[in-house]
Design a binder for this molecule. Structure first.
Ligand SMILES: Cc1cc2nc3c(=O)[nH]c(=O)nc-3n(C[C@H](O)[C@H](O)[C@H](O)COP(=O)(O)OP(=O)(O)OC[C@H]3O[C@@H](n4cnc5c(N)ncnc54)[C@H](O)[C@@H]3O)c2cc1C
Length: 472
């Protein structure tokens, strides 16, 4: 694996070269921009690039990569930098290649229910553009108002709708990708089934900018569901709330959203978000936010009644039924902003654990037991229907020494539990910079080496997003 010393610093001659291949106004090396592109939403990390480039076409991306590959300059793809695993941090300086100027929705193909889009389009902008034509692009990370389609692809982003509709990879049909040597390739076709050769499309999805730069994507879409119904269900035991999750599916219902929030999570969110008030009983320890969708309100109402009956077996109190768009929007805003609310409290580390959904209660129990053992407070929430629990570990009163030395041991123990429960260490945030040292918990050396060999095939010089994914 390459380290900092294997890469060239950017020199004046490099800058002059880039001015010949992309417009000068797409090149930035002022401190403000270097700092801006030197961090994402992962804790308070800061790794400044030497240069920020904002190409506007695959051809420009290709010219940049041809040059950087020859000169051994590190290139880190940068989307909206909302990532939570430090994937977009330019660890070894070099070029931060921002996709902000690759921001066109190229085509919404209504007869085929497909759309082709560039990576710098914001998820929600794309979602709304499809919706206007009656079409549905389901992957909706809670960061959908800011995160880019390219970043979503590179991390195989999920979101609340994933429980019914699947994550980003379920919608990609074809990608245009620029490889490290500048070659521009297509990985698939605009078809709904494809048994033609190796599946490079799915290899690129989730590859975290280490195998190529995605410059265009074609997605399949669905008809937009006409109605939704939303329930907020209070529980006096967080573990019971987790147990209710799999019972709802076993009861024959597939909700279009099934989110878990511990008491602290919703309390923090209520203080953080303006204009949302919610009466919460003193004994409430957790909530499930459950959405069903479809075209027939009568069917959805029956689903809601069935859900209400099931959750009662797990000690739930009367569900709050959001019966108008304003109330639904308020509840979703609360849920989408929980992460920011929790993190505004303290120095934190966020883990993105995922287990088979029926193991959720066991996972939560283990998190709390480890908190008691190592002396940390955790606030948990997440996409419960997917078995995906975001564990926010708050530093609060923990000493600097315990935070630096004991917490990595606690995280190792937590990840070993996750693995033993049949799960893995990241459901949707990726490995990036902050999880890479734990990869040995989920993959043995044969499995890790296979992945390293794949990296070498695509990027023999190792210029693409160096220092990520693989343990150093
Ligand atoms: C408040 C909040 C809520 C969130 N909720 C969710 C959620 O519900 N579900 C979820 O999955 N995530 C969530 N996230 C995490 C984050 O938003 C997602 O991981 C998102 O997909 C990152 O997109 P981005 O454009 O910000 O990518 P960045 O952070 O800029 O980059 C992420 C990775 O993708 C690579 N990359 C970016 N563009 C390209 C490209 N064109 N080609 C190749 N590689 C590229 C980068 O090098 C990096 O490795 C949340 C984050 C926040 C802050």
């Amino acid at each position: 694996l390459k380290t900092q010393k294997d890469f060239q610093e950017i020199e004046t001659c490099d800058l002059e070269y880039f001015k010949n291949i992309i417009p000068e106004e797409a090149i930035f090396n002022d401190l403000e921009n270097l700092e801006k592109y030197g961090h994402d939403e992962t804790e308070d990390y800061q790794f400044k690039p030497n240069l920020v480039l904002k190409p506007a076409s695959a051809d420009e991306v290709s010219k940049i990569l041809v040059y950087c590959n020859k000169r051994s300059i590190a290139v880190t793809a940068s989307g909206a930098r909302t990532g939570l695993s430090g994937g977009a941090l330019p660890l070894y300086g070099g070029v931060a290649l921002s996709t902000e100027n690759l921001n066109r929705i190229i085509k919404i193909d209504e007869p085929n229910l497909q759309a082709t889009v560039e990576p710098g389009v914001t998820n929600q902008v794309f979602h709304e553009a499809c919706k206007q034509k009656g079409l549905f692009y389901p992957p909706d990370p809670s960061s959908w108002g800011s995160s880019f389609i390219g970043g979503n692809l590179a991390l195989n982003a999920g979101g609340p709708k994933a429980v019914k509709y699947g994550v980003t990879n379920a919608y990609v049909l074809d990608l245009e990708v620029v490889l490290a040597d500048g070659a521009i390739i297509n990985t698939g076709a605009r078809v709904l089934k494809n048994s033609t050769g190796y599946n490079l499309t799915q290899l690129m999805v989730g590859s975290e900018g280490t195998l190529g730069i995605i410059t265009k994507a074609t997605f399949r879409l669905l008809p937009y569901p006409k109605h939704t119904m939303l329930l907020l269900v209070p529980f006096c035991s967080a573990e019971k709330a987790c147990e209710a999750v799999s019972a709802i599916f076993q009861g024959g219902i597939t909700p279009s959203g099934m989110e878990f929030m511990e008491r602290d999570a919703i309390d923090y969110a209520l203080k953080f978000v303006d204009n949302v008030e919610l009466p919460i009983g003193e004994d409430v320890q957790a909530h499930l936010l459950i959405e069903v969708d479809g075209n027939y309100p009568e069917t959805l109402m029956k689903d809601c009644e069935a859900i209400a009956e099931i959750v009662m077996n797990f000690g739930a109190s009367e569900p709050l039924f959001a019966d108008n768009d304003k109330d639904k929007a308020s509840l979703w805003t609360l849920r989408r902003r929980v992460g920011e609310a929790v993190k505004s409290h303290s120095i934190y580390k966020e883990e993105d654990t995922v287990v088979p959904r029926a193991e959720l209660a066991n996972l939560l129990r283990s998190v709390k037991a480890l908190g008691a053992k190592y002396g940390f407070k955790s606030v948990c929430y997440g996409h419960a229907g997917d078995g995906n629990l975001h564990v926010n570990i708050l530093k609060e009163e923990m000493s600097d020494k315990a935070w630096a030395e004991d917490l990595p041991l606690a995280i190792r123990e937590l990840f070993a539990v996750v693995k033993a429960l049949g799960g893995t260490i990241s459901g949707e945030h990726g490995i990036g910079y902050v999880q890479k040292e734990y990869m040995d918990i989920v993959f043995n050396s044969v499995e890790l080496n296979l992945q390293k060999e794949i990296k070498k095939v695509f990027d023999p010089q190792g210029i693409l997003n160096p220092g990520k994914v693989f343990p150093q």
